[in-house]
Design a binder for this molecule. Structure first.
Ligand code: GDP
Ligand code: MG
Length: 597
């Protein structure tokens, strides 16, 4: 196919506005997938995506339409997966901006449109779901036109379609061909391809998903990873249909894949430029590193599985470069991985993928954000990045704790405005400003500590708005806050793994809850036991576990008084000794229940 007849584009929108369904219709109309193989949201190929009804991974697919090759990349709409969108955008020249005629503009509509603008992509606005009774296409079109104007994007008058019934989808195809620019001409024949995604295949090794910016590549030619300075003979090249299909050649302007022949998953980095050996080229601009915002500690179910966990994460990282794993070790739990992720859904999906794709089960600590702690050492003031309470310096030395603050956009119906404000207040947030999107919907902007958003902001927003509000956030920076480390003491001894970072005002409440939970979980000891919560050296809550009087003389009958006395004396001494050493081991199962969700 000639370069002039290639169109590369992605579909972007808020979650659930119908991207994958629109892709279905296009695949049908272009007969890319046979009727027998067609199913709803066919590009959501992972079982997990089908079960959850959401797209997690971007998915490229090639279609033939009249005399044109269309390379479409379907993208996820949830903000936890926006790194996928970012990478897809860089591989294309245009984007369909899909907006549901029912819900209208939502937070990820905005966020993804801004990303597309940054890449200078041609935007085609499309209003979807016009078949619905509650659809208000004209109104939505006005909103969209306003938004495009405000962002100085030259694209007017959205198409009205139903991805469900197929109405007007043919017009979308026509408009793609007409308005999205062909891949730019490159004035040399040197191979330059951008790796925008990858996957590990047990037989073929690392498969790179590439956009060819210039030159061409055939199977079994030598390739070179520009940044890693690594050379290899490729095994196969091909396109997406959407399954991997081998071809004889990948050429300028195309989107496809290369089986690199590399078995070591850590050798390929997303954003790499693949070229051929001996060529003088300019590398393609890669990607910014994803910035993990939430950190959780993962421990393998069995200690000897640590290497398995590491390997699994390395392979998963090929397909999800936003993951940031680092080795750690813990007194009770042993060796593990501190995993940085982009949000709670990202964490949930990662754990599920580890289990399903790599047979790897893990124990997980509650996720934490990263804090900046200013403390004194000798006469010097130092700053330490703390990803968990265990990293915190001793409280006597701490001068200041800073936490990440997010700028949060909430798009919601106007009539629940006050409920949203209340939720934000309870989440230690502040109002910044708001603007009307239409008579009934508004965008409110707040500043809220990230830690609060990570706990249950999303669930609560959903419940107060019956699902009609959406939010997205970006980290704005760090701010000092009255945060304290709360330690849990068992028999007077701090148990490091149970510590928590909490706001001063919430410490009491959290402390009581934690101690109650621990009391219920801990087996009774032979002697009374106190459980305490401590902040800055002060005890702020206490629970007691009563002693269970174990009858050590049980099994002795008759009048062997001296033997009985001896046993009781032993027991007393044992207790004394244990008490003195504060030697209460928290069983691993209790620990796991305490740190689990
Ligand atoms: P995505 O998250 O943007 O990929 O959205 P999906 O394609 O997964 O669609 C989300 C939901 O909206 C699914 O239940 C679809 O069946 C439904 N949907 C998509 N397009 C339409 C449409 O044009 N009309 C109606 N009534 N429902 C649609
Ligand atoms: Mg989808």
């Amino acid at each position: 196919m000639k370069r002039e007849n290639i169109r590369n584009f992605c579909i972007i929108s808020h979650i659930d506005h119908g991207k994958s369904t629109l892709a279905d219709r296009m695949l049908e109309m272009t007969k890319t997938i046979s009727d027998q193989k067609m199913e709803d949201q066919v590009l959501d190929q992972m079982d997990l995506e089908k079960e959850k009804g959401i797209t997690i991974k971007m998915q490229p697919v090639r279609m033939l339409y009249n005399n044109y090759t269309l390379n479409l990349i379907d993208t996820p709409g949830h903000m936890d997966f926006s790194y996928e969108v970012e990478r897809a955008l860089q591989a294309t020249e245009g984007a369909l901006l899909l907006v549901s005629a029912k819900e209208g503009i939502q937070t990820q509509t905005l966020a993804n449109l801004r990303l597309a603008k940054k890449q200078n992509l041609k935007i085609i606005p499309v209003i979807n779901k016009i078949d619905l009774n509650q659809a208000e296409p004209e109104k939505r079109a006005k909103e969209v036109n306003n938004l495009l104007d405000n962002l100085n994007i030259d694209a007017k008058d959205p198409l009205f379609i139903s991805a469900k019934t197929g109405e007007n989808v043919d017009r979308v195809l026509q408009k793609i061909v007409k308005t999205i620019p062909e891949p730019p001409e490159q004035n040399h024949n040197k191979l330059r391809t951008l790796v925008f995604d990858s996957v590990y295949d047990n037989y073929k090794g690392v498969i790179a998903f590439v956009r060819v910016f210039s030159g061409s590549l055939k199977p079994h030619e030598d390739i070179k990873f520009y940044h890693q300075d690594l050379q290899e003979e490729n095994l196969e090249v091909g396109i997406f249909q959407p399954n991997l299909k081998k071809t004889e050649k990948l050429q300028e302007g195309e989107i496809g894949w290369v089986a690199t022949g590399i078995k070591e998953s850590s050798q390929l980095r997303i954003g790499e430029t693949i070229t051929k050996p001996g060529l003088e080229i300019e590398p393609i601009e890669g990607y910014r590193k994803a910035q993990p915002v939430v950190f959780a500690n993962l421990f393998p179910d069995q200690q000897d599985d640590f290497t398995g966990l590491k390997k699994a994460l390395e392979k998963l990282k090929l397909n999800d470069p936003a993951l940031d794993p680092q080795n750690i070790s813990h007194a009770t739990m042993g060796r593990g991985v501190k995993l940085g992720v982009l949000g709670m859904l990202h964490l949930e999906v990662t754990l599920e993928r580890l289990k399903r794709e790599f047979n790897t089960e893990v124990k997980v600590t509650p996720p934490s954000v990263s804090y900046k702690v200013k403390y004194e050492e000798g006469k010097k003031e130092k700053t330490k990045k703390c990803l968990s309470p265990a990293d915190f310096p001793h409280h006597g030395k701490i001068k200041k704790v800073e936490e990440p603050i997010a700028k949060v956009d909430v798009i919601s119906p106007v009539d629940i405005q006050s409920k949203v404000h209340k939720l934000v207040q309870n989440s230690r947030g502040n109002f910044i400003n708001s603007e009307m999107l239409s008579a009934k919907r508004m965008n409110m902007t707040f500043k809220i500590p990230l830690a609060e958003i990570m706990t249950n902001f999303q669930d609560q927003l959903k419940s107060i708005s019956q699902g009609f509000a959406s939010f997205s956030y970006e980290i704005e920076g760090y701010e000092a806050s009255d945060l304290v480390k709360m330690e849990i003491l068992v028999a007077g001894e701090p148990k490091s793994g149970l510590a928590k970072i909490v706001h001063k005002d919430k410490a009491q409440k959290v402390a009581r809850k934690e101690l109650k939970k621990l009391k219920d979980l801990l087996p009774q000891q032979n002697f009374a036991q106190k459980l305490q919560a401590q902040v800055k050296g002060n005890i702020i809550a206490r629970e007691d576990i009563p002693a269970r009087r174990k009858d050590v003389t049980e099994g002795l009958y008759g009048g062997d008084y001296s033997r009985k006395k001896k046993l009781l004396k032993n027991q007393r001494e044992q207790k004394k000794k244990m008490k003195k050493e504060g030697q209460v081991e928290i069983p691993k199962e209790v620990y796991q229940k305490m740190i689990g969700k």
